[in-house]
Design a protein around this ligand. Structure first.
Ligand code: IPE
Ligand code: IPE
Ligand code: MG
Length: 252
């Protein structure tokens, strides 16, 4: 069962968990007659600003889609540059994240990454694992289908080993095996870049998330736009299947 509306809000009405598809880097660069990688570099700057904002606003979890399981289909040169940018950003930012009490978590099929990158990821996660501030989730080589599949694999392995019975499989059990286990589900989903689709992001987790789309390209996304998205979220009535009247009565 999805959570109750009361569990999902902070005191100031902010979402607890914001999930973002950071789209439009390539088009931003092309518009400026620059190579696409320049758009990705500019996008990293936006990430830094958004992370700072979420720390300031005491958002609990920020999930960012950095590289999808389908993005390997891009030209090899762009894929390589994205990997380098990911590695370089991890290297240069992890101490700063740590100092700001941010806990870093990378979700996705990490086995496809170079050993060097996999090691860097584990090291960054370990360095920040005891931090109690913002949890920053980076989805890299991530796909919602992959996530559900890997949860199935873990659960069926436990059944085969006799640790679980088939009847034990429940929504809660699946949630415990999905890559964001232990984190609240996203309250607000934002996609920049004008497309209105999920592109295989957090399929299981987005069941009752509020969606917000903006035409702004990711490098142009700023605090004002994020505030606008959060204000839109705050203005909505989340019903989770109830009637509007039920929600009003329960909040009185
Ligand atoms: C999103 O920007 C970043 C990644 C997918 C890595 P895009 O690179 O998809 O930008 P557009 O959609 O081509 O403008
Ligand atoms: C989704 O963006 C993935 C990331 C932002 C990392 P894409 O630009 O790859 O999505 P599609 O292919 O246009 O749906
Ligand atoms: Mg795109």
């Amino acid at each position: 069962m999805v959570a109750n509306s009361k569990d999902l809000m902070t005191d100031n009405g902010n979402p607890r968990h914001i999930a973002i598809i950071m789209d439009g880097n390539g088009r931003w660069a092309v518009k400026k007659k620059m190579p696409r990688i320049m758009g990705h570099r500019a996008g990293v700057k936006t990430v830094r600003n958004v992370v700072e904002f979420c720390v300031k606003e005491k958002i609990e979890v920020l999930s960012l889609f950095a590289f999808s399981s389908e993005n390997w289909r891009r030209p090899k040169k762009e894929v390589n540059m994205l990997m380098e940018l990911f590695m370089g950003t991890l290297q240069s930012q992890v101490n700063k994240l740590d100092k700001n009490n941010i806990k870093l978590k990378i979700i996705g099929d990490k086995s496809a990454f170079s050993e060097k990158l996999q090691n860097k990821i584990s090291q960054a996660e370990q360095q920040t694992e005891n931090n109690m501030g913002l949890t920053l989730v980076i989805a890299a080589n991530y796909g919602g289908h992959w996530d559900i599949t890997q949860a199935f694999q873990k659960i069926t392995a436990k059944i085969a080993a006799g640790e679980l019975e088939t009847q034990d499989v429940s929504e809660a059990l699946i949630s415990q095996h999905i890559s964001t286990a232990g984190l609240p589900e996203p309250d607000l989903f934002i996609r920049s870049g004008g497309e209105q689709r999920i592109s295989n992001f957090l399929l299981w987790q987005l069941a009752y998330t509020e969606f917000y789309f903006t035409d702004s390209l990711w490098p142009d996304f700023d605090r004002a736009l994020l505030t606008k998205a959060i204000n839109s979220f705050k203005s909505r009535q989340r019903r989770f299947g109830h009637t509007g009247e039920q929600i009003i009565n329960s909040s009185n």
